[in-house]
Design a protein around this ligand. Structure first.
Ligand code: V47
Ligand code: SF4
Length: 399
């Protein structure tokens, strides 16, 4: 494999500093890097070097395979009682005209809209409001399962769970057990932001702490279930806070093995309290994803959430440690578009996703939420592919 040769060449490069050689050697041997080494990478490693290391790990784990799924998002409300400074849903943002608070039936109507589509997952997350409580969500999950038992429910984060369990006066353990019984299948990675209190206290508007976020995931994993993790980067945090965040996740993963995917989320600066902070550059984005891939040796997958990071950057990231680009998201997912994400109305068909992956030389594979393979698209060529001219050869299909 080319990625092995590139790493070997790097390790023997006489111009590479010893400390970077040592890290590259560790990666070659499948060994873990330390927090100090993680910080060194953030502070001074070059993009090309990071790309070689991250791509080596990515190809060792997954070869050319690049995963996507078919899902849809539901945001029950875009109004929130918390005051996160990076969020356009926060109650600090003036009462908006375009606010919504869906009822149970309105949410179920959205689910029913997808009845004739081959989606495998519904992703439910939004603002926090008192009417969305334990009885509401338990009933919602039950009704979705009654209507469509095969649909995987990936819903809510420790931010909501902490709030609704406290309100119901039940423990995290009791609460997560109730959600499991109601039909919850897995937890998305949101609400993690930056765990370190030096930063979290300034940006996370009074919602659950880093420890509470980690504890709720731990309990969920102990029930035998899976979840994702995120990190909101590129605002007021320093590199040391990112390393701390990644280290907390790596430690919990050692304990439970319940995380599937890590998703770095680039801070977008429109329509929120931190609009004065410039967004990170594409180079910083690539570096951050690559270092995440190198640091989180016990995570199987690194995902680029394309509506947030943009399609072009998502393509480049497939050479910087990323092996997953999330789903079709046939929806108007507002939390990001309001914050200035690339995609105002994120929707990509299966064909779009397959082409996006294949045109940078990777192998598109549709997965379900738990990474079971739904369909390998390696041999499927769509009509317009025949007109594509690029660096990577596309498979020739006669039809
Ligand atoms: O926790 C809010 C982030 C997250 C902004 O698990 C912002 O598969 C950037 O976690 N700029 C929720 N980010 C989204 C999320 C997610 C998305 C896709 C897939 C999965 C998964 C999880 O969105 C929040 C917060 O960190 N967010 N505002 C903003 N201005
Ligand atoms: Fe509410 Fe979540 Fe936005 Fe914070 S990030 S204001 S908890 S919707």
């Amino acid at each position: 494999m080319q990625s092995v040769q590139k790493l070997d060449t790097l390790i023997t490069d006489p111009n590479l500093k010893q400390e970077f050689k040592d890290i590259a050697e560790k990666v070659r041997q499948g060994q873990r890097i330390t927090q100090e080494e993680g910080l060194l990478l953030f502070e001074s490693a070059e993009l090309g070097y990071l790309g070689i290391l991250a791509n080596f790990i990515r190809e060792q784990k997954h070869g050319m395979a690049t995963y996507f799924n078919r899902n849809f998002h539901i945001e029950p409300t875009n109004v929130c009682l918390y005051t996160c400074t990076f969020c356009s849903y926060s109650r600090l943002i003036k009462k908006r005209e375009d606010g919504w608070e869906y009822s149970m039936n309105e949410i179920l109507d959205i689910v029913r809209k997808y009845d004739d589509q081959e989606v495998t997952e519904v992703h439910i997350v939004g603002g926090v409001l008192p009417q969305y409580d334990v009885p509401f969500y338990a009933e919602l999950f039950k009704q979705i399962k009654a209507h469509r038992p095969d649909l995987h429910i990936k819903a809510l984060t420790p931010v909501e769970y902490h709030y609704i369990f406290k309100k119901a006066k039940i423990s995290y353990e009791e609460g997560m057990q109730l959600m499991l019984e109601a039909g919850l299948d897995s937890m998305p990675g949101g609400g993690a932001e930056i765990f370190h209190p030096e930063i979290r206290d300034q940006i996370a508007g009074g919602k659950c702490s880093g420890e509470q976020w980690l504890r709720i995931h731990e309990i969920w994993h102990e029930l035998g279930k899976r979840s994702n993790a995120t990190m909101l980067y590129g605002h007021i945090e320093q590199f040391k806070h990112r390393v701390h965040h990644l280290n907390e996740l790596r430690n919990l993963q050692d304990k439970t093995g319940g995380f599937q995917t890590f998703i770095p989320l680039k801070f977008r600066n429109k329509g929120n309290q931190m609009s004065h902070i410039p967004e990170s550059t594409v180079i910083e984005d690539l570096r951050n994803y690559a270092i995440s891939r190198i640091y989180l040796d016990n995570f199987d997958h690194i995902k680029a959430y394309w509506p947030m990071i943009g399609r072009d950057t998502a393509q480049v990231l497939l050479a910087f440690g990323v092996d997953d680009i999330d789903g079709t998201i046939d929806d108007t997912t507002k939390i990001y578009s309001m914050a200035g994400a690339e995609e105002q109305n994120p929707a990509m068909s299966t064909q779009d996703l397959v082409n996006l992956i294949r045109r940078v030389g990777r192998q598109p594979i549709e997965r379900d939420t738990l990474y079971n393979i739904v369909k390998d698209y390696s041999e499927v060529t769509f009509e317009e592919d025949k007109l594509f001219r690029g660096y990577y050869d596309l498979p020739v299909v006669n039809n």
